[in-house]
Design a binder for this molecule. Structure first.
Ligand code: FAD
Length: 554
């Protein structure tokens, strides 16, 4: 006989099933169209396979485990030797293995050509929806190659192992490995954006100059992924700030004097270890010309900034997909959330923001594939700081709104939206924070004024298709014509960057997206009726079509 005290208290009703067992590529129409449009149609089958992998429950679980079990630093072994070892949960290593075996760290360098960057960007966009933090060492390894091209002997020695599809997490000398990961150490306590204030000094071991050995003494205040096999580092020499390649182990098999003091206690990006380090005579080789360290490492930074665009667009995609999935499978006050007008406004707004971000990102990917075309080179120069600034800055509020769509469960660490939210400010702050991107836009305009013509050529391709867009282009032109002194320009730089980003996104959507999406974007971002929050699209927007397009249904 069953006691009524042990009877069932409730059944779980009106809760969606977890969004898993779906193909992240096939469920993303906007991404599929972008891949074809920007020149990587040849990669579709690979992306279908990869999208399936990214949607498996076991893959999704890796993201949760890698963040729940934080990386731990062990500075010394039991006998007192320095080891500077970071221990990760196996889930982190598995995410790294998947990323590297699929070429997210190198495919455009391994097989350059039409669509190479586009295909990689699409894969990165899929993979970082599962887990974003491990993207840091993947991106830095990818971005190191353009900087190393300034030092061909080092590139020849290390390049093949950097681009290899082999993940080897062991803390052993690089000579014993088939695959290497690369980090970047610029930021010091007294200055992050202002790297020229770096105090770390480099002393020549013998000869001075490019490719020569130096010993570095100083500190680095932020060194992410300190278990990388080598780092690109800035340090002062007699000739000024220079760039160095600093391996974790010396060629003689002894540990290099890169000592990890502690790991940062981060509010997000938890699966990625970020550390404070000291350099106590660490051996390194100069990369590129002495005194031109910023010019050399900026090649790496330009790539990492671009990856921030992919990463934040990816976070938005996962947030929008989760929000729509939830609203389609939960009812309140008598009908599904996704059928209620106010929620439709919120969901459609989240969806168009994501599509605009992804569309701009993939357009820049094509520019990266076509750097020998002058228009594409100039466009990527200006569109990267514009996109990095705008997309990364739009992401935190987007993540928060998606979390609110889920409701209370969305704030729990058992739901991915909580992680998306905590991850969301990071891309905006590192690799040049918002103001620094805006100042970079001004620098680009000043050093190479042709970038502005390239920008307007690009947006004017959409001229005549939407009155609100036409007006936005004219307004921008007037603002640029008004000019101003340096102080005025700096003061207004964010307003200009906002307008440049919105106009470029609108121009791309008007040309390439379905009418419902392009019209909603122009109405909600350029129409003059827009509100300050998501969910304030004006009347007349076809929210149903937008939501249906963005819904993560195959
Ligand atoms: C999770 C994480 C990991 C990181 N990993 C690494 C790493 O691996 N390697 C590395 O080198 N660094 C790393 N960083 C450091 C990061 O790049 C810096 O935090 C960033 O560059 C900003 O530098 P800062 O913190 O010193 O701030 P500051 O440079 O002091 O800037 C503070 C604020 O002032 C603004 N500002 C700066 N100059 C101006 C100006 N002229 N006009 C107007 N506003 C201005 C900035 O935009 C920013 O908002 C990491 C940071 C984080 C959060």
């Amino acid at each position: 006989m069953t006691s009524h005290y042990l009877g069932t208290t409730h059944s779980v009703d009106n809760q969606p099933v977890a969004l898993e067992n779906y193909n992240l590529f096939r469920a993303d129409r906007a991404l599929q169209e972008a891949v074809v449009r920007e020149g990587a149609a040849w990669a579709q089958q690979d992306l279908v396979d990869f999208g399936r992998l990214a949607g498996l429950p076991a893959t999704i679980a890796l993201g949760f485990d890698a963040n729940h079990y934080k990386p731990e630093l062990r500075t010394h072994d039991r006998y007192g030797h320095r080891i500077d070892q970071i221990n990760f949960h196996p889930a982190y290593h598995e995410l790294m293995r998947i990323a590297i075996e699929n070429g997210l760290h190198s495919s455009p360098w391994q097989s350059p050509g039409a669509g190479a960057h586009v295909a990689r960007a699409a894969k990165y966009y899929l993979h970082t929806q599962v887990e974003a933090a491990h993207g840091c060492p993947i991106t830095m390894t990818f971005a190191a190659i353009p900087a190393l091209q300034h030092q061909p002997d080092l590139l020849a020695a290390y390049g093949p192992k950097i681009i290899a599809n082999t993940y080897d997490p062991r803390n052993v000398p690089d000579g014993q490995k088939q695959g290497l990961t690369i980090g970047m150490a610029m930021t010091e306590k007294q200055g992050g954006s202002d790297v020229r204030s770096n105090s770390t000094r480099a002393y020549p071991v013998g000869q001075r100059g490019p490719g020569q050995a130096y010993e570095l003494v100083g500190h680095k205040w932020f060194v992410s992924a300190p278990m990388c096999d080598a780092f690109l580092v800035l340090a002062q020499t007699e000739g000024g700030l220079s760039c160095f390649f600093l391996p974790r182990w010396r060629p003689d098999g002894t540990k290099n004097e890169l000592q990890i003091q502690q790991l940062k206690q981060k509010m997000g990006n938890v699966a990625n270890a970020s550390s404070e380090t000291e350099l106590r005579g660490a051996l390194a080789w100069m990369v590129g010309e002495e005194g031109r360290g910023v010019r050399t490492i900026i090649e790496m930074v330009a790539m990492t900034r671009y990856d921030c665009m992919i990463g934040s667009s990816s976070g938005m995609r996962q947030a929008a997909a989760q929000a729509i999935h939830h609203a389609q499978n939960r009812a309140a006050f008598g009908s599904r959330l996704s059928e209620q007008p106010l929620m439709q406004n919120v969901l459609a707004d989240l969806a168009i923001e994501n599509e605009a971000a992804m569309t701009l990102t993939m357009r820049v990917a094509r520019s990266m594939d076509q750097q020998d075309n002058e228009h594409e080179r100039l466009l990527s120069r200006i569109a990267t700081p514009v996109g990095k600034y705008w997309i990364c800055k739009r992401t935190p509020n987007h993540a928060y709104e998606a979390m609110e769509v889920i409701g209370g469960t969305g704030t729990m660490d058992t739901h991915i939206t909580a992680r998306l939210f905590r991850e969301s400010p990071i891309n905006a702050i590192w690799e040049g924070s918002g103001n620094v991107q805006c100042l970079d836009i001004l620098r680009a305009l000043q050093k190479e004024p042709e970038v502005l013509a390239a920008y307007f050529t690009e947006v004017e391709r959409a001229q005549g298709a939407d009155k609100r867009l036409d007006a936005s282009i004219q307004k921008l032109k007037q603002q640029f014509a008004a000019g101003g002194d340096a102080e005025t320009l700096q003061y207004r730089a964010r307003s200009m960057a906002d307008q440049m980003a919105l106009t470029l996104q609108a121009a791309l959507l008007v040309q390439h997206a379905p009418t419902a999406v392009a019209d909603a974007f122009c109405a909600g971002r350029l129409g003059g009726q827009e509100g300050l929050n998501y969910g304030t699209l004006p009347r007349g927007v076809d929210t149903k079509t937008i939501i249906e397009r963005a819904a993560p249904n195959e």
